[in-house]
Design a protein around this ligand. Structure first.
Ligand SMILES: [Mg+2]
Length: 78
């Protein structure tokens, strides 16, 4: 699953590179493809969490807690 996740991450990077980077866009490549690749990546993450009996809801809440409290002034706002 980690290999699959890495592959999906690469697919997200590839679409982003086509859309905003130096790589030329493939014919027919759209933001829909980015949406699909992000969904693929999310699915693999969910599968890994399920396999490891990890609650992503709980992990996400903890992450938000960190971002909004501990790291609130860590980065300069744009
Ligand atoms: Mg994919």
């Amino acid at each position: 699953m980690v290999a699959t996740m890495t592959e999906e991450c690469g697919e997200v990077a590839r679409v982003m590179n086509y859309l905003y980077g130096d790589k030329k866009k493939k014919e027919g490549e759209t933001l829909e493809d980015l949406k699909e690749e992000l969904a693929d990546l999310l699915f693999t993450i969910i599968c890994i969490a399920n396999d490891q009996n990890i609650s992503l809801v709980e992990a996400h809440e903890r992450k938000l807690e960190k971002i909004y409290h501990r790291d609130n002034n860590r980065y300069q706002r744009k």
